[in-house]
Design a protein around this ligand. Structure first.
Ligand SMILES: C[S@@+](CC[C@H](N)C(=O)[O-])C[C@H]1O[C@@H](n2cnc3c(N)ncnc32)[C@H](O)[C@@H]1O
Length: 213
């Protein structure tokens, strides 16, 4: 069993309160756009506590969500029950998705590629399970474009990973998305976090829609 499947009990228990400020200031709008724009057969990976669930609308005809961490999964299940939305939940890592090729119209991934063990493998799995006409709707914090910021992200990553349940501040997520065989239909860079420690280390974010190339 890998660490992501053993889970992080304490991290799962504080996740919603830890992210409350971000939810209020920018994540609400992100989820509205990313999850709210999902359509057809939808797969969400790394669903966490299910923060995207309330944002799926009727365009999302069937929603399946995966999450490897059993403590997160329990919370996601409770959230789905609480909003009365039928969501098929599976305990699975993004690197090993238990679904057939070309079986989803949309894959949703928010703040997940920073945490997966093998981002390229995970995104290749996403590409495999997406229909050729499908889309990946994603949001993540990413590596600084300038060397000074990236240097400090590299310095802090070992500690941050330990405190943040495997989260890497220093990943160039867009480049993994492209390497996995996607091209961005749109991609937007923003810096929604304050320019002071500790959030300065996870300040640049990308929001994008990518399609199989
Ligand atoms: C920062 S949380 C984000 C949760 C949620 N997507 C959100 O937007 O609030 C990162 C999530 O990725 C999950 N995760 C870690 N490793 C993973 C993997 N290999 N495959 C899929 N999800 C993973 C964690 O368990 C956690 O729930």
């Amino acid at each position: 069993m890998t660490q992501d499947q053993k889970g992080h009990k304490w991290f799962a228990s504080i996740y919603d309160s830890m992210t409350a400020r971000a939810e209020k200031t920018f994540m609400r709008d992100v989820r509205e756009e990313i999850a709210g724009g999902a359509r057809g057969r939808v797969l969400e990976i790394g669903a966490g506590t299910g923060a995207n669930f309330p944002y799926y609308n009727d365009q999302a005809e069937e929603v399946t969500a995966t999450e490897p961490d059993p403590y997160m999964l329990r919370r996601a299940r409770r959230r789905a029950e609480g909003i009365g939305r039928s969501i098929n939940l599976h305990q699975a890592s993004a690197e090993h998705l238990p679904f057939e090729d070309a079986s989803f119209d949309t894959v949703v991934s928010t703040l997940v590629m920073c945490s997966v063990g093998e981002p390229l493998r995970a995104l290749s799995e996403v590409r495999r399970v997406l229909k050729p006409s499908g889309e990946l709707r994603m949001y993540d914090h990413v590596r600084y474009e300038h060397a000074f910021g990236a240097f400090w992200q590299d310095m802090i990553t070992p500690v941050w990973r330990w405190v943040g349940a495997g989260c890497h501040p220093n990943r160039d997520v867009a480049s993994f998305v492209r390497q996995a065989g996607f091209e961005f239909e749109r991609i937007e860079l923003s810096k929604p976090q304050p320019p002071i420690p500790p959030m300065v280390f996870v300040r640049p974010h990308i929001k994008g829609v990518a399609r199989p190339a």
